[in-house]
Ligand binder design. Structure first.
Ligand code: DC
Length: 674
């Protein structure tokens, strides 16, 4: 007899962020066009930042990414060779598409670099056809013949017929962009049709393409017309929430404005084969792409077989499909998916290892896996290997109330779906879940609870909020988030950039934001700069002197708030800052505002800094500096109306921690109900 599952009820309507494939292409095509392109609802994520940054480095006048902006393209002649290497971060699409573009720009040279994961991925698949067309592609590592760093020298290209043995939209896109940039004609053939956004977007811009069953031909000498873009919601991102709804016990979830391009809907069809009901409503065509609302309801799930022509249509969704299969009745086979081994991680190995250690029976195949579904609760710690889709796939399993799953690096979702944890929590009807939560171990972290606990501790500089928050988090056995550390990390990279502080603009500072990520340690959410802990430099005087200016930039505040919310949706947190209870988590379970006399704050700060008792003139000088900083930070430092203000001037830190912990425990009990 199968065990009775605790209820998981989904509800509401969510528009997941813009499609990643189309976002990259929208930027590149807008930059190549002579004319202005308005882009709406682009995906603002680390991968897309990488493309925008690379285009800027080649001379494109690319504004900061936002929900609605205009690119004033100046055509191909405006592209120059970048002065330094193009940093593609974690993004394979950025690398491969831009390699194609540079290959077609005669006389331009660009060096491509990426993070450790991207530097392991094969680039030979684009190098081969681009070389055949006449570009020069060199790989610099003697030990690996086709991985980054890669140097591309553009040439006068000639027409070729490119016979791809694998269906790859990135290779097809690279070859088409190379041909378009150089004015050559080209034919690309593939065994199965890969996603066809490049073809659709080129056609919408007046490029003549002949699309056949096995490929696409572009005649020579094509011109691009400027066409505005509305980026629909990403079906790959939507699949995680479709899967959540499929795994729920009740409710209905609506996913709005999802791209329903038939080369992208393979995962929805696989889930329908497994028994999920997915209704498509309000279907219409926007910018040459079908879009619509998906209405998903839970189902009794049965196993299926995924292979052959399914694979290119659901390659990015295979990790979440595997996680769904782990909860379905029967044995699911995934075959013909060897490509998964060269994604952001070896996704066959990552999925198999993680499912196995959660207690699922899985058999690894060279090109896939065999999964035996189970109705048992799953318990364990997931290693993402920094791979966003692994984090999200297992995040869905972690949201099921009986499972006890922790995830090592929830922050890596920023590559493609920065608001994932928030959307996942929003899709769950917590009132339904929390009514059943009474028997849970209140000390467990991140374990099967879709609605994490948030305690907000705000206050002015040196009010002791960070050390208090750290201590409170430790007592409650939850994670500490120091929101100021995100402002400090961004200020640090800005100080290390070429631009002088008095010339910093929000656009320039925000262009550096993708270099800041975060990861969960045992105790805290730790901001990283280029993947490294830089705590000492972040606390140093130059950063302290300039951070207020950075913290006043609206775009920066928006970005930090997103990072902090994302962390607070992934796990239980105590967050300290200035506006946590007002702007970041207005519905926090407990809000505390710490105040203290400026003289006392100055005295405490100096003891910390000097390691001795300061004298009165020293305290007077520090008090003046603190009051000046209070004034700079005043706009964002008001207490929430429902905050509990604690004056710490005359209490010890121990006493104030004790008081907040008691308030937090009471708040937690209130949430969990009788
Ligand atoms: O708390 P701290 O000194 O580390 O904060 C660094 C800066 O960031 C400071 O100027 C205040 C600002 N900040 C903010 O504006 N909002 C927050 N939530 C946290 C910090």
């Amino acid at each position: 007899m199968s065990p009775v599952r605790s209820p998981l009820v989904v509800r509401g309507a969510i528009r997941v962020p813009g499609d990643k494939s189309m976002s990259h292409r929208a930027l590149i095509l807008a930059a190549m066009t002579n004319g202005s392109t308005r882009i709406r609802d682009i995906l603002v994520s680390a991968d897309v930042y990488a493309t925008a940054g690379a285009l800027r480095a080649m001379g494109v006048d690319m504004p900061a990414l936002s929900a609605d902006f205009v690119v004033h393209g100046r055509g191909l002649s405006s592209f120059h060779s970048p002065e330094s290497a193009l940093d593609c971060g974690n993004s394979g699409t950025t690398t491969r598409l831009l390699a194609g573009l540079v290959a077609g720009l005669e006389g331009r040279v660009a060096r491509f670099e990426g993070d450790a994961s991207l530097s392991r991925r094969p680039m030979g698949r684009v190098a081969v056809p681009l070389r055949e067309m006449g570009a020069r592609i060199e790989f610099e590592r003697p030990d690996r013949h086709d991985s980054l760093p890669m140097r591309v020298t553009g040439g006068a290209l000639t027409a070729i017929t490119c016979e791809n043995t694998q269906a790859s939209a990135q290779v097809k896109g690279a070859v088409l962009l190379a041909a378009l940039a150089s004015g050559a004609g080209v034919t690309v053939r593939e065994p199965y049709r890969s996603r066809d956004h490049t073809e659709r977007m080129l056609t919408a811009r007046g490029v003549h393409l002949i699309v056949t069953a096995d490929g696409v031909t572009m005649p020579p000498a094509q011109r691009l017309a400027a066409v505005d873009v509305e980026v629909p919601a990403d079906p790959s991102s939507a699949t995680f929430l479709v899967a959540l709804a499929a795994l729920a016990t009740a409710g209905v979830l609506r996913l709005e404005q999802v791209c329903l391009n038939p080369t992208r809907t393979g995962a929805f069809e696989v889930l329908e084969r497994m028994g999920v009901r997915i209704d498509r409503e309000e279907v219409r065509t926007v910018g040459g792409e079908p879009i619509g609302t998906l209405v998903v309801s839970p189902a009794a799930l049965c196993a299926t077989s995924i292979g052959g022509a399914d694979i290119p249509r659901c390659i990015d969704e295979l990790p979440i499909l595997a996680c769904v299969a782990a909860c379905a009745v029967g044995e699911t086979w995934i075959t013909g998916a060897g490509e998964l081994r060269v994604k952001e991680s070896d996704r066959i190995r990552s999925v198999v290892d993680n499912l196995r250690q959660l207690g699922v029976e899985v058999h690894e195949l060279p090109d896939g896996m065999r999964i035996t579904g189970t109705q048992a609760a799953l318990t364990g710690h997931v290693l993402t290997h920094g791979d966003h889709r692994i984090a999200m796939a297992f995040g869905v399993l972690a949201a099921m109330p009986d499972n006890r799953i922790t995830i090592d690096d929830p922050g890596c979702v920023s590559v493609s779906y920065p608001t994932f944890w928030r959307d996942l929590a929003a899709a769950v009807d917590h009132t339904a879940v929390d009514r059943t939560a009474g028997d849970r171990n209140a000390g467990d972290r991140n374990a099967g609870r879709p609605s994490p606990l948030v305690i907000a501790i705000d206050g002015p500089a040196a009010s002791g909020k960070s050390s208090t928050a750290q201590w409170v988090a430790q007592q409650l056995n939850v994670h500490h988030v120091d929101s100021g550390a995100f402002y400090r990390a961004l200020t640090l990279v800005a100080l290390e950039s070429q631009v002088l502080p008095d010339q910093w603009t929000p656009d320039e500072v925000m262009a550096l934001a993708p270099r800041i990520t975060w990861r969960l340690t045992d105790r805290s959410v730790l901001p990283l700069v280029d993947g490294h802990v830089r705590d000492d430099a972040m606390r140093d005087t130059p950063v302290t002197r300039h951070v207020s200016r950075v913290a006043q930039m609206a775009a920066v505040r928006h970005w930090v708030n997103e990072q902090v919310r994302s962390a607070g949706s992934a796990t239980d947190v105590v967050v300290d800052g200035r506006d946590i209870g007002t702007a970041v988590f207005p519905t926090a379970a407990l809000k505390v505002f710490l105040v203290a006399d400026p003289w006392e704050r100055a005295r405490r700060r100096l003891i910390q800094r000097l390691g001795r008792r300061p004298n009165d003139p020293e305290i007077a000088e520090e008090t003046e500096a603190l009051v000046a900083r209070d004034a700079l930070d005043a706009a964002q430092s008001a207490p929430a109306r429902d905050a509990i203000t604690i004056d710490t001037t005359t209490v010890t830190q121990e006493e104030q921690v004790e008081r907040i912990v008691a308030l937090a425990r009471a708040a937690r009990e209130r949430r969990q109900g009788p």
